[in-house]
Design a protein around this ligand. Structure first.
Ligand code: 5RP
Length: 241
């Protein structure tokens, strides 16, 4: 049976994610402290780190997780897990993104993990973003809303403040779970659609200045390297920018 166009396109996206996750893991050197990102692309990177450790091609690394999910994957694939209390620095962090603009600024938080991701990714000496080519945009906000993590008692005033900033807020709801998504910190997420984001840094700061907001998914001036998984003439390849 011939696969539907949707099925083959999701298979191609999976291939791109896998390739780019593996390519990023191969940039890790023995002895490094590695920030372990969250999401389906970062999962391939964590799996590859585990394989490299198992074969002895990589030794003595430790992983600093960015979510409950990355703790589970680190343990599953045999990557030793530590916390930020155990290390004085992070050598390299590898994480996915929902949008990447030409200046390497990001929207993250599709997995509601952007608060821990920002802590880990911003302190890493080198921050590598791993995406498939569908994540590249000319302007942030064109395809994805900005996730904002909010403490539950502040949902109503934060929603009003976001509207005053010109955003259209939607409380993120669970899938196969009644009620809102609850983050690893016990908070909620409001996804905010903006018609235009002319100044991502100013918006990142304005959102974080609203009392009750813990963190938002705009990552500005943080990324060092973007690895993009692409299919060119039917052949999967990884490009760096
Ligand atoms: C989680 C994130 C993810 O990195 C982002 O959503 C990309 O995920 P995926 O690699 O599954 O497309 O920011 O909060």
């Amino acid at each position: 049976m011939t696969p539907s166009p949707e099925a083959s396109s999701s298979e191609l996206i999976k291939q791109m994610k896998q390739m780019v996750g593996i390519a990023a893991a191969r940039r890790v050197k023995s002895g490094m402290v590695v920030g372990l990102g969250t999401g389906s692309t970062a999962a391939f990177m964590i799996q590859e780190l585990g394989s490299l450790l198992a074969t002895g091609d990589l030794k003595d690394i430790v992983g600093i997780p960015t979510s409950f999910e990355s703790i589970v994957l680190g343990k599953k694939y045999g990557v030793p897990i530590r916390t930020l209390d155990d290390v004085s620095k992070i050598d390299i962090a590898i994480d996915g993104a929902d949008e990447v603009d030409p200046a390497k600024n990001l929207i993250k938080g599709g997995g509601a993990a952007h608060t821990r991701e920002k802590v880990v990714d911003t302190i890493a000496d080198t921050f590598i973003v791993v995406v498939d080519s569908s994540k590249l945009v000319d302007k942030l906000g064109s395809t994805f809303a900005v996730p904002v993590e909010v403490i539950p008692m502040a949902i109503a005033p934060v929603t009003r403040a976001i509207e005053k900033l010109g955003g259209i807020p939607t409380l993120r709801m669970g899938v196969r779970k009644a009620g809102p998504v609850i983050t690893d910190q016990g908070n909620m997420v409001i996804d905010v659609k903006f018609a235009d984001i002319p100044d991502p840094l100013a918006l990142e700061q304005a959102l974080n200045n609203i009392p009750g907001v813990l963190e938002n998914g705009l990552f500005v001036n943080v990324t060092d390297v973007v690895l993009v998984g692409e299919i060119k003439d039917g052949v999967p390849l990884v490009r760096e920018f």
